[in-house]
Design a protein around this ligand. Structure first.
Ligand code: FDA
Ligand code: NAD
Length: 434
């Protein structure tokens, strides 16, 4: 189908799309060459704000304050920036069909778009309890959080259910960040998750014990080792209680569910090679289809440092993969070569007055160090992961910028460790010496 033609089309208008647009502008894109097609009604923004400052009771973050690229200390790209550069922002437009053979995308309204080069940046969608048939999971006031519309619904619910009871389902990133922000809004918070401790994808039992203790001291009730199996609602269809597998029933005016994400690859199924749930790419984010790139959450890429292919659902990689892909596109047009992506995984989170960073890989034996007493006025502690005699990952709560830089360096350089007891005694000093 003949449609509007662009040299480059980015499908998806999130973090990766915004950083890709900035890189295109840096590399010298001509007016009319680039379009971003996004389901969302607003220009790309820093998604992490949605589970943090966007939900604060005082001075909440609002657009246009957190458009990309302020999250990494860069220029804030307002909608005007795109028009000045001649980059077309096609907002409120969902692509429902992608035909990679004819290089055509079709929107829900039936509009067609053609491209020479496609950048897939569709990110993830949330896993819903209705997906696995949890009874009553379609009741009102059961919320998920992925985009700004979801965040606005939560803001409204926080206002209408003042002093109400919130049940958070899930003990991952969303669970921990939302549990905190709901408490800051003075709501009565309970958290439920199936595992023996929170954030099991990353945290050790020792790390988790600190956060669980800290949350408990803030008055958050934590219920572990069970799941929500059903919801009761009132005559208006609003959720009123959460039924747990262990038989307990929790009163609830608001439920927030964070049970994981799923990369949005459906549009491209059967047309492009996939691996580990994402679209397989090389170190330049080229997919198996010529002229098609995949960035951010959807890309399964070679992680050179660990000699493995991985998918990463975090903002730092969304930004850096976008920049790498655009550099690779421009270099190939000019017959030049660039280095392969050499990524050091970096994850972080903030809640209450806490702030942690993690670099590297969380495999092997662990060494916990520092003051991890949840009642401590200024807790500062961390963990080293050691594999084959080398430090491969480091976690630090409460670090200063210099200390965080030091742990990043350790994860990148992977120094050898001869004596684990010594490392545990040295703690952060070990990283500061590297
Ligand atoms: P992203 O999800 O940002 O963008 C995808 C875009 O594509 C969206 O605009 C979507 O609407 C659009 N889209 C999808 N399908 C489409 C279609 N068919 N047609 C048109 N448009 C389509 N990470 C971190 O390191 N630290 C943090 O603190 C946080 N905090 C955080 C909070 C919350 C609430 C969420 C949901 C996520 C985080 N993350 C995070 C994760 C981080 O935000 C995430 O990894 C990046 O946003 C991924 O960037 P992408 O551009 O790949 O997807
Ligand atoms: P997650 O994978 O971090 O956590 C999912 C959690 O769901 C698991 O830890 C488990 O406790 C729980 N769970 C699974 N099944 C359950 C069930 N039936 N009942 C109750 N709990 C159950 O996913 P998330 O927290 O939903 O986050 C979604 C996405 O957003 C991820 O890509 C994440 O990386 C991203 N995110 C990142 C940050 C950050 O990096 N700071 C912050 C928010 C969101």
């Amino acid at each position: 189908m003949a449609g509007k033609h662009f040299k480059y089309v980015i499908v998806g208008g999130g973090v990766a799309a915004g950083y890709a647009a900035r890189e295109f502008a840096k590399q010298g894109v001509k007016p009319g060459e680039l379009a971003i097609i996004s389901k969302e009604a607003v220009a790309p923004y820093e998604r992490p704000a949605l589970s943090k400052a966007y939900l604060f009771p005082e001075a909440p973050a609002r657009l246009p304050g957190f458009h990309v690229c302020v999250g990494s200390g860069g220029e804030r790209l307002l909608p005007e920036w795109y028009s000045e550069k001649g980059i077309e922002l096609i907002l409120g437009t969902e692509v429902v069909k992608a035909d990679l053979a004819s290089k055509t995308l079709t929107s829900a309204a039936g509009a067609a778009f053609n491209y020479d080069t496609l950048l897939i940046a569709t990110g993830s969608s949330v896993i819903r309890l209705t997906d696995f048939g949890v009874q009553g999971a379609d009741a009102k006031n059961i919320f998920y959080l992925r985009d700004i519309d979801d965040a606005n619904k939560l803001v409204e619910a926080i206002k209408t259910k003042k002093d109400g009871k919130v049940v958070i389902v899930g003990g991952g990133y969303i669970g921990l960040e939302l549990g905190a922000v709901m408490k800051i809004n003075n709501l009565d918070v309970s958290m439920v998750y199936p595992e023996p401790w929170c954030m099991p994808r990353l945290f050790t039992a020792g790390i988790a014990a600190f956060y669980e203790g800290y949350y408990a001291n803030k008055g958050i009730q934590i219920i572990k080792g069970t799941v929500a199996v059903g919801f009761e609602s009132n005559a208006e269809g609003e959720v009123k209680a959460v039924k747990l597998k262990d038989g307990r029933v929790l009163d609830a005016d608001i439920v927030v569910v964070g049970v994981g994400g799923r990369p949005l690859t459906t549009l491209f199924k059967g047309q492009v090679e996939e691996e580990k749930g994402g679209i397989k790419t090389d170190g330049f984010f080229r997919t198996s289809v010529p002229d098609v790139y995949a960035l951010g959450d959807v890309a399964t890429f070679p992680l050179k440092l660990f000699n493995e292919i991985r998918r990463v659902e975090h903002v730092d990689h969304a930004r850096k993969s976008a920049e790498q892909a655009v550099k690779a596109i421009k270099a190939s047009e000019e017959g030049k070569a660039i280095d392969e992506y050499d990524y050091l995984p970096y994850f972080y989170s903030r809640s209450f007055n806490l702030s942690w960073q993690f670099y590297g890989d969380n495999v092997g034996d662990t060494v916990l160090f520092g003051d991890n007493d949840p009642a401590s006025p200024k807790p500062k502690f961390g963990t080293y992961w050691i594999k084959d005699g080398k430090v491969v990952g480091v976690f630090l709560e409460g670090g200063t910028p210099d200390e965080n830089q030091a742990i990043a360096k350790v994860a990148k350089l992977q120094p050898s460790v001869e004596n684990v007891d010594e490392l545990s005694k040295e703690g952060l000093t070990f990283a500061l010496k590297i």
